[in-house]
Write a protein that binds this ligand. Structure first.
Ligand SMILES: *Cc1c(COP(=O)(O)O)cnc(C)c1O
Length: 390
């Protein structure tokens, strides 16, 4: 019914309640559902791990948000599955599509939890992985021709260096090699980027971030456009049971209604922050895909509506100055995570990325990562300026 993103965000999966007229979906806490005779279920509801009306509403909503740009035929089959966290969604997708002896490709700057699953969990089950720089398509092609690969795991823009991978090109390479392409779309959100429309097979979200948007819920989702893939994930979602509770689903549904307007402001503020930092004498390098100097700018322009709310930069004073600055901001809260309405600041090498120090995915020690919130831009810039002055 709804064709545009903003409209789907508010209405998809949540029609007015036919019984009461409630315009907001009910939060169904019931763990079980009465049957009208043995095995005769009302609207398919049996037990809340398998399905629950609030979760069903969220899943329909998320499926719509990732498929508004797809043509009608494909769109029909897009299905979303909600999980208790982004990593639960990742684990489910990996186990749904990989078996002992399989090989997967992960990016050289994947989210730390993704690298941890590939390095410390999957090998125990006989699944091997290789680390490749996905912005280097020749390196990806070389890897695919050197060993049979089941799955390419992509993330774009990446965390925390905001590297950009070409989703359409990766999908083509993956499919020619008989592999699936999974795209972690957490940093962009479906408002800015729709990987399924670009050829990806699976989209992953940590809904904890922009989709929830208010730093008050942990959640994840996997979205697919092929019926057989949907069935594999649906089966494992129920079989392993890492599902979100109804209150979490409600918070996420509340979040998606304002996703478009929040993302617009996040992007607008991030642009001002990136331009400010780019000209600042205490900053040696600024990472934001919207800067024309960013190596992924052209690809980002092609596949994203705008460039997102995450900005990273290197402090000229070194690691200690970076840490001191992060402690001295007032509008920006010193904390991990991202994507909420409030601005957050962190030093990846000592916080989110401390566990990958001295590995191939290590980040510069003087790097500062900002999740630019939707406070007034003047307050944001004054805060950064003061903190940089020390
Ligand atoms: C946070 C995050 C995850 C993991 O999600 P959780 O909800 O914390 O489990 C995965 N990918 C990216 C890009 C993230 O930022």
């Amino acid at each position: 019914m709804s064709e545009k993103f903003e409209t789907a965000a508010i209405h998809a999966g949540q029609p007015t309640d036919p019984l009461t007229g409630a315009v907001v979906p009910a939060v169904h806490h019931s763990s079980t559902f009465a049957q009208d005779g043995v095995g005769n279920l009302r609207d398919g509801y049996e037990y809340a791990r398998s399905d629950n009306p609030t979760r069903r509403a969220l899943e329909a909503n998320l499926a719509a948000l990732e498929s508004v740009d797809l043509d009608a035929g494909v769109k029909q089959n897009v299905r979303a599955f909600a999980f208790a966290s982004g990593l639960a969604a990742e684990d489910n997708v990996m186990r749904a599509f990989l078996a002992p002896g399989d090989h997967l490709v992960v990016p050289n700057d994947a989210y730390g939890g993704t690298t941890r699953l590939a390095k410390q969990v999957l090998p125990k089950w006989g699944v091997e992985h290789s680390v490749v720089d996905l912005s280097d398509l020749a390196a990806v092609a070389q890897m695919l021709s050197s060993r049979p690969t089941k799955l390419i795991w992509a993330e774009t823009p990446t965390n925390p260096l905001l590297r950009v991978a070409d989703i359409a090109a990766l999908a083509k390479l993956a499919h020619e090699a008989g592999a699936l392409l999974v795209v972690d779309n957490t940093f962009a959100s479906p408002y800015l980027q729709q990987p399924l429309a670009l050829g990806a097979d699976v989209v992953i979200h940590s809904t904890t971030k922009y989709i929830g948007g208010h730093s008050d819920v942990i959640g994840g989702a996997a979205i697919v456009r092929d019926e057989a893939h949907a069935e594999q994930i649906r089966f494992l979602q129920n079989a392993s049971g890492a599902v979100p509770g109804p209150d979490d689903c409600y918070l996420l549904l509340r979040g998606t209604k304002t996703l478009a307007v929040r993302m617009q402001r996040h992007c607008e503020n991030a642009r001002a922050v990136a331009e400010f930092l780019n000209d600042h004498p205490q900053v040696t390098e600024t990472y934001w895909p919207g800067l024309v100097s960013h190596p992924g700018h052209e690809v980002a322009k092609r596949q994203m509506r705008d460039f997102g709310g995450m900005v990273s930069f290197r402090h000229s004073g070194g690691p200690d100055a970076a840490a001191m600055m992060a402690k001295n901001t007032q509008v920006f809260t010193l904390a991990e995570s991202l994507g909420g309405v409030e601005s957050l600041i962190e030093v990846p090498a000592r916080m989110t990325h401390a566990s990958v120090a001295e590995t191939e995915v290590a980040v510069p020690p003087d790097l500062v990562r900002l999740s630019v919130g939707i406070e007034h831009i003047d307050d944001i810039l004054v805060d950064l300026d003061k903190a940089l002055a020390g």
